[in-house]
Write a protein that binds this ligand. Structure first.
Ligand code: PLP
Length: 442
């Protein structure tokens, strides 16, 4: 079936019909997209048979590789049983089992699981649920939300209103509700000689000052625990989460942990908030939840929140309807993903894998044009020391030329490979990253 024109053919047809996300389409005239025919493990193959290591885990979703045999088998079986059924007034084994197992992973503290289909809708659900909780409790003034500077929580209107990335937000500002931003504990912003932990404490003081003034009108604080992804893999000390959690409890403001990117082992623990020893009021999950197979999101919450909605009056119940809620295939993919975590002791295995990659990256980290080399769990990032405004695009192309798919955010290069990456693939990835850097920094 393969001909040398296959890539070109799909590119031409794609340009005629597909409007790509996060893309100025005109740039495809000079930098066309990558036509991907198939995937296997960490590798993506184009229609001409060339392969690329998927070092962004296909936008941070893939955990155990493409065409994973165990997830494939589970989906084949589910496909023959039940593909989907309405979740209003019906229930089914995959959604029950997934809810039970996710609850168990929070030690039973977040025992109620509400489903959506993508990260942004999980954030919408958490914001609405928090507001509605306070309303049901008679606290109708609590309608405001706080997020961290540089935060990213998705791009539907509600999620975008708590996002703080200018490129995504400024154009749509007239459509958005106001929200408040407090300083991010991103340790790159610490003063000279100030430790990440001390800086986290200083930022928590700023949060405290804000809450002292505004807690009456604030429903929730939403944070990306440990790593703020889309702003450029900004990392912070877990102390911030400990202090923020205590402040939220003291001021009666909900804490929403947006673990859409960082959950499911990416931080080095199953959930990132575990590293602070806290339990948020709401936990938003998506991306890795199905191993990168199908769109699914979950919002988990406490008995306290759940009970505030439990009533005879329909309007006191949570009002959010969405056709594909709890899709059986997606839930089955999520169960297969959790099976792999258990069977392969993934969190433990990743610990040594993460240490090995960091060790192997020592030369890259010490490169004279590399700044702020940093790592949390299975994420690595650094800033390239350059003033070239086209660096991200050039680096992306250079890395593709070396067989690796990477998409820097401005000057920030990050590596977020699937967890199944092996030692040879790690060497390949690091050599290509360093090579691409040299290509771009002449
Ligand atoms: C990706 C992401 C979202 C949005 O998820 P989508 O599925 O892309 O809507 C929200 N929050 C964080 C932290 C994310 O990384």
């Amino acid at each position: 079936m393969k001909t040398t024109s296959d890539n070109a053919q799909w590119l031409a047809r794609s340009a005629g019909a597909v409007w790509h996300p996060c893309t100025q389409m005109k740039q495809h005239e000079t930098l066309p997209p990558l036509p991907i025919a198939r995937g296997r493990g960490v590798w993506l193959y184009d229609y001409d048979g060339r392969r690329y290591l998927d070092a962004v885990s296909s936008w941070w979703v893939n955990l155990f590789g493409h065409a994973n045999p165990r997830i494939n088998a589970a989906l084949h079986e589910q496909l023959e049983t039940l593909e989907h059924v309405i979740l209003a007034g019906c229930t089914h084994a995959p959604v029950v089992e997934l809810s039970e197992r996710l609850a168990a992973l929070t030690g039973g503290r977040l025992g109620h699981c509400f489903y959506g289909s993508d990260g942004a809708s999980a954030v919408e659900i958490a914001l609405k649920m928090s507001f509605h909780y306070w309303r049901n409790r008679g606290r109708t003034a609590k309608t405001g939300f706080i997020s961290l500077s540089g935060s990213y929580h998705g791009e539907t209107l509600g999620a975008l209103s708590v996002t703080d990335v200018a490129l995504f937000k400024d154009t749509y500002a007239p459509l958005l509700r106001q929200s408040a931003q407090v300083p991010s504990p991103d340790w790159r912003l610490a003063a000279d000689g100030e430790s990440p932990r001390d800086f986290a404490r200083r930022c928590a003081h700023a949060l405290e000052a804000h809450l002292e003034q505004h807690h009456h009108e604030t429903a929730a604080l939403i944070v990306e625990p440990l790593v703020q992804g889309a702003t450029g893999m900004a990392m912070h000390d877990a102390e911030y989460l400990r202090l923020a959690s205590a402040l939220c409890a003291r001021f009666e403001v909900h804490l929403i942990a947006d673990e859409i990117m960082i959950g499911f082992g990416r931080s080095g623990t199953f959930f990132a908030h575990e590293q602070a020893g806290i339990t948020p009021d709401f936990l938003c999950l998506s991306k890795g939840i199905t191993g990168g197979y199908l769109p699914l999101a979950a919002v988990m919450t406490t008995d306290t929140v759940y009970e505030a909605f439990y009533d005879d009056a329909t309007a006191r119940g949570f009002l959010h309807s969405h056709s594909y809620t709890g899709n059986a295939l997606a839930c089955r993919a999520a169960l297969a993903t959790l099976d792999i975590f258990a069977a392969d002791a993934v969190i433990e295995t990743n610990r040594s894998k993460s240490a090995a990659l960091t060790l192997a990256a020592a030369a890259l980290a010490q490169h004279p044009r590399v700044r702020n080399f940093r790592n949390t769990g299975m994420i690595w990032a650094f800033e390239a020391d350059t003033t070239d405004a086209t660096f991200a695009g050039h680096f992306h192309q250079a890395a593709l030329g070396r067989g690796v798919l990477l998409r820097p955010i401005g000057n920030t290069v990050y590596l977020m490979p699937p967890y199944i990456i092996d030692a040879d693939e790690i060497s390949f990835l690091l050599a290509a990253t360093q090579g691409a850097l040299e290509d771009c920094l002449t």
